[in-house]
Design a protein around this ligand. Structure first.
Ligand code: MG
Length: 338
């Protein structure tokens, strides 16, 4: 039987799962996939993950072609004890030339710690809703925005690059609908304070493509250029890739993703994983959009990490590749002999 169908020449043993590349008009030739797995993916894990395992995950991601990596978070250890070893993780990794290593910070002390660790880029987070700001950022929405903007200005003044997040940009588990005007105002405030990129977060994964377009329009009207925008999508309701495609069509060129789909939001009940890096890359590869990422190496990283942790990662691509591997004598996930 041939895997390529009637008349095909591939045999099952020769066939390797991969997307067929068929470009679609009006889409970019390349995008940035901003990897958040080591930070966003691991921060919600209930137990303490050994520092060497975190560092090895970062190393494998860089080896898979990742050049835009959020490695950890310098938050007060009393908030998230799992990230207490942030400085040790940073000390243990060596980003390849030209690669970014970013850490999330929540106050001046965290910014100082990130700087002392040798990082040249940090990220800050604000909320589009009052409820999430209180639950996640220990402040009113406006106070959290003011703090994020002043932290950004402080970091930029000391020569650091800053990436901003606007959480709950598309829906909130307590408040329901989110005011697109508030999202736009928050994004504009962060951009105005000096954030080079502002990532709009669908923290609970409820957004749909028309809503993505509408919110992006509001943000553009508020003066934030498309080139300075990214989307941080969760796949809770299976909408993440549809939302990526909608955003690609209106000029967004940067998307957050988490290896294996690791991560949830510890403060947002019911919010499941981030968009999986390999699921995103399968679609982008299929569209002929360059990412610099190696799909097989990403899937191998997910498989390795899942084995280390005794978990099954939610990425559909990694699950499908593993199933194809199990059905084949020759493993498509095995690294080629060196
Ligand atoms: Mg997330």
């Amino acid at each position: 039987m041939t895997a390529a169908g009637a008349g095909g020449t591939d045999t099952a043993a020769e066939w390797r799962p991969r997307p067929l590349t068929v470009p679609s008009e009006g889409l970019p030739t390349s995008v940035v996939v901003y990897e958040v797995g080591p930070r966003d993916g691991l921060q919600a894990e209930p137990d303490l993950i050994p520092t060497p395992l975190k560092a090895e995950l970062c190393r494998r991601l860089y080896s898979a072609g990742v050049r835009d990596l959020e490695v950890t978070s310098f938050v007060p250890p009393s908030w998230i004890p799992q990230l207490e070893d942030a400085a040790d993780v940073v000390a243990a990794i060596e980003p390849p030339p030209g690669a970014r290593a970013v850490a999330l910070v929540t106050n001046s002390r965290g910014l100082d710690r990130a700087r002392e660790a040798g990082l040249s880029e940090v990220s800050v987070v604000v909320s589009a809703t009052e409820a999430f700001a209180h639950a996640n950022l220990n402040a009113s929405r406006q106070a959290a925005l003011d703090r994020g903007a002043s932290l950004t200005a402080e970091a930029v003044a000391s020569g650091l690059r800053v990436r901003g997040y606007v959480s709950m940009s598309f829906g909130d588990p307590w408040e329901g609908a989110v005011d697109g005007g508030v999202v736009a105002e928050s994004a504009a405030a962060l951009h105005g304070a000096g954030c080079s990129t502002v990532a709009l977060g669908d923290t609970i994964g409820v957004a749909t493509p028309g809503q993505v377009e509408a919110v992006l329009d509001r943000v553009a009207v508020a003066g934030v250029p498309r080139a300075a925008l990214a989307l941080h999508l969760h796949d809770t309701y299976g909408q993440a890739l549809a939302n990526v495609l909608a955003a690609l069509r209106v000029g967004v060129r940067e998307f957050d993703a988490s290896i294996g789909g690791l991560g949830r939001c510890p403060y947002a009940r019911g919010a499941t994983g981030n968009l999986a890096t390999e699921d995103l890359v399968w679609m982008l590869d299929g569209l002929g959009i360059e990412t610099g990422l190696d799909l097989g190496a990403l899937a191998r990283t997910t498989r390795w990490f899942s084995q280390q942790r005794g978990i099954e990662a939610p990425s559909r691509v990694s699950r499908a590749l593993a199933a194809a591997d199990a059905a084949s004598d020759q493993s498509p996930l095995e690294a080629p002999p060196t």
